[in-house]
Write a protein that binds this ligand. Structure first.
Ligand SMILES: NC(=O)c1ccc[n+]([C@@H]2O[C@H](COP(=O)([O-])OP(=O)(O)OC[C@H]3O[C@@H](n4cnc5c(N)ncnc54)[C@H](OP(=O)(O)O)[C@@H]3O)[C@@H](O)[C@H]2O)c1
Length: 266
């Protein structure tokens, strides 16, 4: 049966693939982001919405409510990458990432939960493997994803009695526009962080050589069809699954050494 689904960050990368696949499967999908023109024909609809702007969220959700009366699924996918040494990151730079990646999720949930209650719907929050263990020069990004992991666990328990099921989707690296859109700390102290530029090159290479987004779109479509979905789904390569396994198994300093060697920090 056709569902009404909202995908934030649906204009690019992972969100665009998810929105396109779900619309191809017969659902009415609102792909929301800041830089789109509203377009409401067909199954795949573009909805202008900034997850950091409460008034823009309220008017976008009011439109869905007026047209459908409910929402079956919310996929919180909009997000920004961030690279830079923590010492050189200003509060303003850090807040921009948290405003989008953390408060954006909370803002959209707050607006959508009343509509999801009607359908006993679903919430999928897209975090990252970087939301399980942190990486050098991505402390702000990783901590924003750690926060969404925690929010999702609480939300899941709070909403379960109402019949709303919450799941977390943890992607490994996927080939998207995240490299281009990633924020960089404006003022990097290269004397004390001489490896930063090389690490950034390595991060960009890892994403540009990564998996295609149709893999995660199909995974999300399968998760939405499950009657009793798990709390967590990791969509990643075997190596990335193995790294999470090592993180859980090894003493913290040993795992840290592996990551530092990987990024040539020692
Ligand atoms: N690609 C990866 O390797 C990877 C790995 C792990 C996790 N992730 C996560 O997957 C999600 C999608 O990332 P992606 O790789 O597909 O990146 P992307 O290609 O850069 O897409 C990001 C999307 O988010 C939207 N967006 C950004 N700020 C927004 C805001 N304030 N309000 C509404 N929409 C906003 C962008 O559209 P506008 O600019 O038009 O607003 C765009 O549609 C993110 O949460 C990211 O952290 C990605």
């Amino acid at each position: 049966m056709s569902k009404v689904i909202l995908v934030t960050g649906g204009s690019s990368g992972i969100g665009q693939s998810i929105a396109t696949l779900l619309a191809d499967k017969g659902n009415i999908v609102y792909a929301a982001s800041r830089n789109v023109v509203n377009q409401f024909d067909g199954n795949l609809r573009m909805l202008r919405m900034d997850v950091t702007d409460e008034s823009s969220i309220i008017s976008a959700i009011a439109f869905i409510q007026a047209n459908h009366g409910l929402l079956d699924a919310l996929i919180n996918n909009a997000g920004l990458g961030m690279a830079g040494p923590l010492e050189n990151t200003t509060e303003t730079e850090a807040k921009e990432i948290f405003d989008t990646n953390v408060f954006g999720v909370l803002n959209v949930c707050r607006a959508c939960i009343p509509l999801l209650r009607i359908s006993k719907g679903r919430i999928l929050n897209v975090t990252s493997i970087g939301g399980i263990f942190a990486l050098p020069f991505r402390g702000i990004y990783c901590s924003s994803k750690f926060a969404v992991e925690g929010i999702s666990e609480s939300l899941s328990m709070e909403l379960a009695p109402m019949g709303i099921k919450v799941s977390i989707v943890e992607p490994g690296d996927f080939k998207t526009n995240i490299n281009t859109n990633r924020k960089k700390v404006a003022s990097v102290d290269h004397t004390h962080y001489p490896t930063f530029d090389a690490t950034l090159v390595q991060i960009n290479q890892e994403v540009s050589g990564a998996m295609e987004t149709d893999i995660i779109a199909h995974a999300v479509e399968r998760i939405l069809r499950k009657r009793n979905p798990h709390l967590r789904y990791r969509v990643a390569t075997a190596t990335q699954h193995f790294s999470v396994w090592l993180y859980r198994l090894l003493p913290g300093r040993w795992f840290e050494k592996l990551i530092m060697n990987h990024y040539k920090l020692r």
